[in-house]
Design a protein. Structure first.
Length: 306
């Protein structure tokens, strides 16, 4: 085999959209240079994109003439790679077979973020690889899967909270107070209680009986929007997965921010009908904010202020 061709820098950034949300990523980015199924390339350094599930930083162009040369070129850069294939699937997978295998496992909660770098690559054409050694997510395609509890929580909504806290690198602890707004049927309340924290669950609808009966659980049967911060007092975490229009949630969050009574926030912004990009930008503009589309989100974003 001849010498491997040198990698060439591009002036691109890659954005991998979640399934079904390519339009949301393109709307955030504005002008783009190419859309390959869910992989979007735009000129220049990374732009803010809450909807992108994984961002490919400073991708390289690797000219290749064979499957073996392609694998050798990737291995020369680093060990761990994940393939995103949007065409030329057989050729791409033959290259993938010559790379060190990835064996992702369902992770327990809590868990630490992987420390090893994980690159992403694709075949742009039969003789060109685009490869990013560094990505925004340490998980393949930004997809984090958990070993779920199939018996205790009343629904699967809690995995969104698990994912948000894992990516944030922090979580409630024993002795902390967590306010769960719009708590019914209690999935987030259960997950917060499992950390050892004390939970105040607020909803007009009832919690599942097994959740309401947990020892550090206080249940308030009233609307999350009618509850004044002063009625609750200081809380360490304000968590909210309530179904409402984004502007209504923004008003609730601003009321709590103005009160100074909540230290940390984890909230789901749910879109009904068209995506409300304007309100999403208002959330993102709140100082200290982090806005993202989690793997376990649907037509919604997760907003955190930690």
């Amino acid at each position: 085999m001849g010498a491997t061709a040198a990698a060439e820098p591009t002036n691109w950034t890659g954005y991998l959209a979640p399934r079904g949300f390519v339009d949301e990523v393109v709307a955030e980015l504005g002008e783009v240079i190419a859309v390959h199924d869910r992989l979007i390339f735009a000129d220049g350094p990374p732009r803010p994109s809450a909807w992108a599930q994984n961002i490919w930083y400073a991708p390289l162009r690797l000219p290749i003439s064979s499957i073996g040369e392609a694998a050798k070129a990737l291995r020369a850069l680093q060990r761990n790679w994940v393939l995103y294939a949007f065409h030329l699937h057989r050729r791409a997978h033959l290259i993938e077979e010559k790379l060190p295998p990835l064996r992702p496992k369902r992770l327990p909660f809590p868990t630490d973020l992987p420390a090893a770098p994980l690159g992403s690559w694709t075949l742009l054409d039969a003789n060109t690889i685009i490869a990013a050694q560094r990505c925004s997510s340490p998980f393949p395609h930004g997809e984090l899967e958990f070993a779920e509890n199939k018996s205790a929580p009343p629904n699967r909504a809690y995995v969104k909270l698990w994912e948000a806290l894992t990516l944030a690198g922090t979580r409630p602890g024993p002795g902390e107070v967590c306010l769960d707004l719009g708590a019914s049927p209690g999935g987030w309340s259960w997950a917060l209680h499992e950390t050892g924290a004390r939970v105040i669950a607020v909803d007009k609808a009832p919690l599942s009986p097994n959740i309401a009966a947990l020892p550090r659980m206080t249940v308030l049967r009233q609307s999350a929007f009618a509850l004044a911060p002063e009625e609750v007092g200081p809380v360490d975490w304000l968590c909210c997965d309530v179904v409402c229009y984004p502007q209504r949630l923004l008003g609730l969050i601003r009321r709590w921010l103005d009160s100074g009574l909540a230290r940390r926030f984890v909230c789901t912004i749910k879109f009904q009908g068209e995506t409300d990009h304007a309100t999403a930008r208002e959330f993102a503009a709140i100082p200290g904010s982090r806005l993202m589309h989690l793997h376990h989100n649907k037509h919604e974003l997760t907003w955190m202020r930690l």
